[in-house]
Design a protein. Structure first.
Lengths: 272, 383
């Protein structure tokens, strides 16, 4: 395809941001000491929407007749390699794993700084991420990265097409969709409507073993250690309380006026 | 071998199929069971994941895995839906495996890519109405006539034989008489549909409702002479080999069924309350589930062991028979206990344990009854 930069390049480079999160099926807890998520005690999985992001990258590669490369970029502890392997087994070509003790407890702003630093070391036409992570639920990464890299942001995509040096999306809205377009390189976030992620095949699982995986420390990526990590975070969790246990429901006895009572209840809860 | 833990790749495969079973198979299992419909959409997606090609080399469209990889997939599918699992088991180990083991290069090239993709299904017709355990009693005949086999007879209880995507039925047939005046039995590939071949209406089964099972009739069905599979007269020996392997696969499926019963029972025992507390807080229930878990674990160990022996080329006949015997018993016992734990709900068809209760019985019958397994084990002991 024609490159975004006008010159002749044969291949489009897509970077997919993938995060490892605690299994959404499991109960999640904050740690009492540093008030960060207790990641050690639960099963971990790939952030669900990130599977859609990987799938979309693979689809774009297929649409380009294979003339594209898909790189997974993950910031997370050693254990995140499992999640990276899953993305590789789905069909991504290679991966970069930013892993450093110094990054632990980084908030969204620090994370976007660190990821932007790694992006600086990569060649990319498109960065795709999910619209939110199921653990922190900030939904800000695409915007933060766009700001840091100075690239256009296309958020909430439910459909993506790349044509020459442009990317066009359908952005999901409450009552329909907007069509938004930007020149490459661009930062893109996707919503679940966009596709149906594939399950890795056994061939893919076996192939993932031998795909290139680069591990970077903060120093490798030129990240200044005193700008990341819990101690330096601009936002701090100062206090938290666990969700109160579920209360017993209210039982409405039908004495001929059951319907009205239910309606009153719904109205009192501002549901109707 | 003193390690039954899975490698990283095996664990990833297991997890992938587990997720697929939970997200794609389980939500439609009760529907296909109730309506006795074949889950075409699920099978198509299994094909896309490469499950039908798991144990075959990539040159034939396979995934380059081994028989154990297939077993891991069968266990995970068997946990939530035995019908789906048996569709895969029969498609691979009875449909495609004979072609891979005994076929000529041309036969492999012709059939395996199609079967590995899951877009076409193969069936294996051995059992006849007159006898399954005594498979040597085959009465279906195939006679050579002008460069073609002419097949006549019938088969009973053949899995995957009448779906819209069934493309191959391999049959055993009497092709002559041996010098010791016993029957010469050979295997022949029958591409379907074929003139004279009929998949009769489905059986009205107790379980495995979403699996496709038909009686078959052959009325002057003609196929080219080259459709002989393997050496003429080796049909009986060949399918015995196929059945030895298949027992490990059925054992994996049974282990899944046994584990599925544990899964459902643990969930239910925590949530169902009687006399003011969850029923699982009664030792009578907790111990029952502990025993079920132990049975599932033992079943798993037996098939891991048999598969490990087979894959390194050691004799595994006895171990496969033990695995099949032990794990099908475990499935049936666990299904009975799980149903008991679920009380009246356990007797309602839409509950997974009720389905396991109906589905598990056939595990003690198909691909060699429990009695046949004991015959094999006893024979290996010189009895
Ligand atoms: C749902 C389903 C799917 C099937 N799919 C296939 C398929 O795809 N392909 C295929 O070829 N077949 C298939 N079968 C057939 C199955 O393998 C046979 O039903 C099974 O092998 C038993 O054979 P039978 O039914 O003739 O029972 P029999 O052989 O008549 O046995 C009846 C009883 O006698 C016992 N028995 C027999 N001989 C002895 C002995 N010597 N000593 C002690 N006990 C003995 C048996 O254990 C059994 O309890 C399927 C069956 C079912 C129900």
């Amino acid at each position: 395809m024609q490159s975004a930069y006008g010159g002749r390049r044969t291949s489009m480079n897509i970077v997919v941001l993938v995060k490892q999160v605690p299994d959404t099926w499991a109960e999640r807890k904050l740690k009492a000491d540093d008030k960060t998520l207790d990641r050690a005690s639960v099963d971990v999985v790939m952030n669900e929407i990130d599977e859609y992001a990987v799938e979309e990258a693979l689809k774009l590669k297929e649409a380009a007749g294979g003339e594209a490369s898909v790189t997974i970029l993950t910031m997370g502890p050693d254990r995140a390699v499992e999640t990276i392997r899953k993305a590789l087994s789905m069909g991504a070509d290679k991966a970069v794993h930013l892993s450093d003790e110094a990054l632990a407890g980084s908030d969204a702003i620090q994370t976007s700084y660190a990821i932007a630093k790694v992006l600086d070391t990569l060649e990319y036409d498109l960065v795709i991420c999910g619209s939110e992570a199921t653990d922190s639920r900030m939904s800000v990464m695409a915007a933060l990265l766009a700001e840091r890299t100075g690239k256009p942001q296309l958020s909430g995509a439910r459909k993506v097409t790349v044509d020459g040096g442009n990317v066009k999306i359908e952005r999901q809205t409450d009552n329909g969709y907007d069509v938004v377009e930007a020149p490459l390189p661009a930062i893109l976030s996707v919503v679940e409507k966009i596709n149906e992620p594939r399950y890795p095949s056994f061939k893919g699982i076996m192939a993932a073993k031998s795909k290139p995986l680069t591990t970077l420390t903060t120093a490798d990526a030129g990240i200044e250690a005193d700008k990341v990590g819990l101690a330096n975070a601009p936002s701090q969790v100062v206090e938290f309380s666990n969700k109160p246990p579920r209360q017993a429901g209210q039982i409405v006895k039908d004495e001929g006026d059951g319907g009205a009572k239910v309606a009153d209840f719904l109205a009192s809860q501002k549901i109707i | 071998m003193l390690d039954t833990r899975l490698s990283e790749e095996q664990e990833q495969l297991r997890k992938t199929v587990e997720a697929f079973a939970r997200e794609v198979v389980a939500p439609v299992a009760a529907h296909h069971d109730a309506t006795k419909t074949f889950p075409y959409d699920v099978v198509r997606q299994m094909g896309q994941m490469g499950l039908f090609g798991l144990p075959f080399p990539e040159q034939y469209g396979g995934m380059g895995g081994d028989y154990f990889a297939l077993c891991l997939a069968l266990e995970e599918l068997g946990r939530v839906d035995q019908s789906v699992a048996i569709t895969l088991e029969a498609g691979v180990s009875l449909g495609a495996m004979p072609v891979f083991r005994f076929g000529t290069e041309e036969q492999k090239q012709e059939w395996l890519p199609m079967l590995c993709s899951g877009e076409a299904l193969g069936a294996f017709g051995l059992t006849e109405a007159g006898g399954g355990s005594d498979a040597g009693a085959t009465r279906t005949t195939a006679k050579l006539d002008g460069g073609q086999w002419v097949i006549n007879g019938s088969k009973a209880f053949i899995t995957n034989s009448g779906t819209d995507i069934t493309k191959l039925v391999t049959v055993t047939a009497v092709t002559g008489e041996r010098s010791d005046s016993r029957k010469e039995i050979s295997s022949i590939l029958v591409p379907v549909p074929a003139k004279g071949f009929t998949a009769e209406p489905s059986y009205n089964k107790v379980g495995w409702h979403a699996s496709d099972t038909h009686p078959l009739s052959f009325d002057d069905v003609r196929v080219p002479e080259e459709n002989l599979l393997g050496v003429r007269g080796r049909g009986y020996a060949n399918f015995l080999h196929i059945l030895d392997e298949g027992r490990i696969a059925i054992s994996a499926l049974s282990t899944g069924a046994a584990q599925g019963c544990v899964d459902e029972s643990v969930k239910y025992a925590k949530q169902r309350e009687a006399f003011g507390k969850p029923i699982g807080q009664n030792q009578a229930i907790a111990f029952k589930i502990a025993e079920m878990e132990a049975r599932a674990h033992v079943a798993r160990c037996t098939y891991y062991d048999a598969a490990a022996r087979m894959l390194v080329g050691q004799p595994f006949k006895k171990h496969a028979a033990i695995a099949k015997l032990v794990s099908s018993n475990a499935a049936m016992d666990n299904a009975r206990d799980a149903t008991q734990i679920h009380g009246g709900y356990g007797f309602m068809n839409e509950y997974p344990v009720a389905r396991h209760y109906r589905d598990s019985k056939i595990l003690e019958i198909g691909e060699g009854t429990s009695e046949v397994q004991k015959m094999l084990i006893a024979r290996e002991l010189g009895l």
